[in-house]
Design a protein around this ligand. Sequence first.
Ligand code: ADP
Length: 373
Amino acid sequence: MRLFLKLFLSHLLVALLALVLLLLLAEAFAPAFYRGHVERMLHALSMMGGGMMGEALRRDLEEGLRSTLTAALLAALPLAALGALLTASFASLRLARTARLLAEGSRRMAEGEYGVRLPLLERDELGELALHFNRLAEALEKVEKTRAELIGTVAHELRTPLAALQGYAEGLMDGVLSKEKAAEGILREVKAMRRLVEDLSLVSRVEAKAVEIRPRPLDPKGLLEEALARFQSAFQAKGVALSLEAQDPLPQVWADEERVLQVLANLLTNALRYTPQGGEVRLRAFRQGEAVAFQVADTGPGIPEEHLPHIFERFYRVDKARSRKEGGSGVGLTVAKGLVEAMGGRIFVESRVGEGTTFTFTLPLYTGLTLKG
Ligand code: ADP
């Protein structure tokens, strides 16, 4: 049976039952109400000398009143039934219309039409349902858009090294490139593609919150020293100074050592990449409330303000050509942010064009009570 018919019949049944009940109860209770009145009339009549006809008159009066009441109730019944019919159909129509809109909307959404939105007709639970439906549609639309964008960007990212590889192969065939030059170029492009694939796989795991974090109490200064040791020679080779300052003493943090070193490596790689020779990069650690803050500050070119809100997005690059040429896959910061957040911290950036950039991330303190995971 259609929803409207079901609702209509159940509403109508309830209204009709109420009417019948009202009729029966009115008939049952009425004598108790008019009996007192009849008594008073009889009493008044007997005072006027009509005492003889008392019993017959009482019966006549009571019957008269009862039949008048019954007639009035029966006359009102069709009108009341009509009222019940109208109310039942109005209420059922309203509910059935909302249900139909929801059904139609979810059918369209199931077919991949994420742009559907329901009108917010009611201010009750049904209205709330429509509101949640719209929010769900919005979220799905966003996911779908990101998915399409991601496929587009990955295709775009692969196009550049593939075109270069084709160029080297053609150069070899035409004899315009020496074997050594071509092999060098091919190796560089393959390495870039390999890094891209590895970064993509890590980014997808970070975004799906599927990276395993094995936290343990760690000494902040020790972490910075380890990162410094890993990067010292690369900085020396480029002629950029790398220094370390850590507040003393600093409490331990609760984090995964390899993941923290990976975050520091991503930030240091960028600092090294973008800071020109003669520049300086400082590693810092200090207490910040219930966390320890780690900083990587460089004296590089800085990032223009309008780009700052986007630099943690996948494949976002300020200077696209430069970043790609210098080996950036465009996901280093996305990975850093995902890892920091997975360990319960936050990451920020401050930058001034011409002065430098400072990345700060926090890690929670080890309290001794922190549970594993
Ligand atoms: P990439 O692999 O391209 O470096 P990231 O996600 O690590 O990608 O960084 C995103 C973009 O942010 C970079 O392309 C660069 O434009 C900018 N950026 C990151 N770190 C710095 C920095 N220390 N100085 C200047 N620009 C930076």
